[in-house]
Structures are given as structure tokens and as C-alpha cells.
Design a binder for this molecule. Sequence first.
Ligand code: PLP
Length: 452
Amino acid sequence: MAQTKFMLDEEEIPKAWYNIQADLPTPLAPPLNPATKKPIGPEDLAPIFPMELIKQEVSTERWIPIPEEVREVYRLWRPSPLYRAVRLERALKTPAKIYYKWEGVSPPGSHKPNTAVAQAYFNMKEGVERLATETGAGQWGSALAFGTRLFGLKCTVYMVHVSYDQKPYRRIMMESWGAECIPSPSERTEYGKKVLKEDPKCPGSLGIAISEAIEDAAKHEDTKYSLGSVLNHVLLHQTVVGLEAKKQFELAGDYPDVMFGCVGGGSNFSGAVFPFLADKLTGKNPELKAVACEPKACPTLTKGLYMYDHGDTARMTPLIMMYTLGHGFIPPPIHAGGLRYHGDAPLLCKLVKEKVVDATAYHQNEVFKAAITFAQTEGILVAPETAHCVKGAIDEALRCKETGEEKIIFFANSGHGHFDLAAYDSYLRGKLIDYEYSSESVKEALKKVPKV
Ligand SMILES: *Cc1c(COP(=O)(O)O)cnc(C)c1O
């Protein structure tokens, strides 16, 4: 019988995060002040982020120590298991081996607390009393509610209004951990008021909620802002996933040939893959393939353009160099699979631009079909987001069946879908409609992006 789970001891939780900025062939393009189009400095970010996170954001040190207090919280669920999906392999009749790293064991059920806990800690150290953030379906809001609770901070979550109405369970989770959850757009901020005046029934969007949370943080002395993906320091914190996985692959006596991860803002993909990409960038393993999986309904990496754009709808964030669908992008309401952000992490975008990482996009029905195959073989009902890379891994395993290749396939299993059962229900009842965002719509939306 092949071994199913590869486990590490608590002492083997990484002691430092891996910073891929140390190994990039050329440095990242700097974020720009939208008014002056000049690079922003640490002082521009100081009103909304604590200094330690600003330092991590721009650091080119290869290793950033993980504070003991953070590792102590990580012990609640880390190290997370690396699984070999033996039953899935058998069902697919593939000669390939399929491994996945399972982040659904964290209390909120995804990879997101890896950074939520670290961010809450560094804010607490600098005397911050409250964090403001946004959430879509509620994964990030619940992770930050959990992280802030453990370090005694207050937490305000602006939740996209449609999700607030349609997905009450994540809100209840946030409130149970003591966070305040506000439907966005709201009357709490000037921007929210403006949006509501123009459209009192506005369903909200991630971009609008980000604008509200930033405004809240900028206006209150005791409050900072926290982002759950996209930024360099968030990807950095997520590298605990890949660093553990590397050790676990050693236990398994294997090393991945091809790695899949789903991409919303890029944090779980990057966290799982960057520690392996270090081997590719430094020439130790030039053949390694990594594939970012996204929805055809929000095809940032596969159809977006690589250019400077705002991170939010209200154009309050600096301009960042990334693949973007335009900051005005609002995903089609029929899309059930998550991963709705108009941009992606600058670090990941750069690696896609330089062809170190590949990207591919799927329709939602094929994605849920893959998730069901996985549930019926391995048992886990993954998050709809995660289902995108399950699809990627299964397709690769089936290709191996054609060619007879005994490839080692990895995918990042970022979380469970226990609060997304309505999406599964829609799929099972044949109610999901495949939708492809067109290149023409991208071109149209990008006309509103500022020229740099
Ligand atoms: C938030 C989330 C994602 C997408 O965010 P990334 O920053 O791209 O990782 C993927 N999977 C799960 C389970 C999530 O909660």
C-alpha cells in the first residue's frame, strides 16, 4: 500500500519565510503614486500599514524570521499534511503520482490564516488597536477575525453586500470570533455613501469594499488596514505552505514535475509554489513547471494586460504593475467559483510575464465536475476556488495516461467548501452557466486605466 499522508512534527514548522524577491532576475516595478506617477515610499504607506509589514513588502532578504509568537499560533493547525491522492490516481488510471498540500485544516478552513495571524501580530507589536479589511465570500474576513482575536485586536470587516445576504455563515463565524461585519457599500465611509447615493441597491464588489476599508484605516489613528492577498508580504507569509511541502516531498522521496494552484489574488499559489520556484530561478531545477489556474469568467492572467492599474475601484490604492482586467471590472453574477479580483499579485504577474509560471483558465462547470471527482475519491469537498487547480491536476494526470509518463503532480489544496454548498447545489442541479469574459470587454475596460 502506498503511503497516503506525509506529516511533520510541530518543531518543523518553518522558522523563516522565503522571500522570492531575493531570487528574481530583475527587481519588481515599484508601485506609483497615482497623482505624481512617481514611486511611492514607506512614508506613503505608513498611515495604513505597520512599519514591519512595509519593510517586508520591499525587502530583498531571502529569509525573514517568523516570530516565535506566530509559530506558536501556527501550531494550532500546522504543519498541515501533504497527501498523496492514491484513490484519485487509481480512479483516473494514471501512471502519474498526484500530491496535494491540505490547508483546510486551519480553524477558518483555508490557507488565509497563515498571513492573518502574522499581520495581526505585527500590528499588535506596533500598538495598533483595530484592523479594517474587506471580504468577498468571507474566507478572508473570517481568517482575520480569527487572527486578530488571538492577539487581542478589534476587527472591522466590510463584506460585499450580495455575499453578506447570500452567505450568512461566514458572517456568523466572523462575529463569533468577535469581529464587526458591515455590508458594503455602507454609510460608514464617504466612498460608501457616494456609491449608495448613485445606486442605493448596489450589490457591492471587492473593489468597493477595499476602498471602504482603506478609508476607515486612513481616517482613524488607532486603525490600520489589512489585505488578504496580492501584496508581497502576504505572499511571503504564505510560503510556510511550500516550505513544509518541500520537506514532506523529501519524506515521500519525490519532487514535483508540475505544480498547480488556483489564483484569486495569487497568495496561496505563490505560497505553495515559490519555495520550489527558488530551485528553478537559481538553476537547480530549471525544468519545474508551475501552472496558475483561474476562471474564464475572470481571466486576469490569461486575458488581462500587463500594465499599471489601481488595486481598487475608487482608485485610492497606488498604481501597481500587474495583469489587470481594469479596476472597474465587476464579475458576472452567474459566476460561482470565486477568484473574482480584477488584478493579481505583482510578484506572480512578473513571473508569468517572464514565463517562469504558466497560466490557464477553465469554465465553471468543468471545474465543479473535477471537484466532484475529487470528493468521490479522496473525500474532501474543496472550495470552489481550489476546484480550479483540481481540474488542472486531473487534466495533467489524464495526459500522463495518454503518454504513459510517470509524472509527479502537485496541487495546492487551499481550503474546504463547506460554506459554499449553494454553489455545489447549483452545479449538481445543472444551473451553472459557463461564461467567458471576452477580450473585447477587457480592451473596453482598460480604456479607463490611467496612462503611465
Ligand atoms: C481566498 C481563497 C483563494 C484565492 O485567494 P489567493 O490569494 O489567490 O490564494 C483560494 N482558495 C481559497 C480556499 C480561498 O479562501
